[in-house]
Ligand binder design. Sequence first.
Ligand SMILES: N[C@@H](CCC(=O)N[C@@H](CS)C(=O)NCC(=O)O)C(=O)O
Length: 214
Amino acid sequence: MRPHLVLHGYWRSSSAYRVRIALELKGLAFDHAPVNLLEGQQRSEEHRARNPSAYVPALEVDGTMLVESMAILEWLEEAFPAPPLLPPSPLARAHVRALAEVVNAGTQPLQNLWVLNHFFGSDQAAKTAWAKLVIARGLGAFEELLARQEPAGPFCAGEAPTLADVLLVPQLYNARRFGVDLTVFPRALRADAACADLAAFKRAHPDAQPDAKP
Ligand SMILES: N[C@@H](CCC(=O)N[C@@H](CS)C(=O)NCC(=O)O)C(=O)O
């Protein structure tokens, strides 16, 4: 039987966006429980009880709370193997996981909301300059890894989306918000365009979420 899934997220959170993409790709229905990051709801006692890091996403699975988007994605892959988000061979899986970690560990943590607010306060220009720098650096590494192992298809690792695409698309969404020049990342843009054509990615897009603001 399929579990009852509740995603505690925020429309513009790139980490929640990753989880939405994977849920949609795997055809899993879920309820939305918005946590408004701009109002600081992630720091409320109620949300800290869900996730002690005061972050979204948190995914409730029949009452059990899962946190950390990579752990959630790995759980989804193990519990619902079809369609697969990792390639079959161990070496190809390591490549996909490396691409995912360039975003998850090497890029997004440096530009998340509390980090920007802590270091730059209300200095919007400084926040934007820093975010542009770390995102461009991360996407540069991502692009080089793609060049090193040219995919045999439009997605990051071939003919179908994998965890690399699931992490890339939300990071590109952030990159566009900060005005990063993406023309220097043609391989990443190609994968992004292939993903944009898929219904699952369309449904997971921030603008399509119930808590999206115009
Ligand atoms: N490593 C965490 C990162 C989660 C994260 O950074 N979430 C951001 C939104 S994308 C957040 O909730 N930020 C709240 C804040 O910075 O106050 C994960 O992958 O789940």
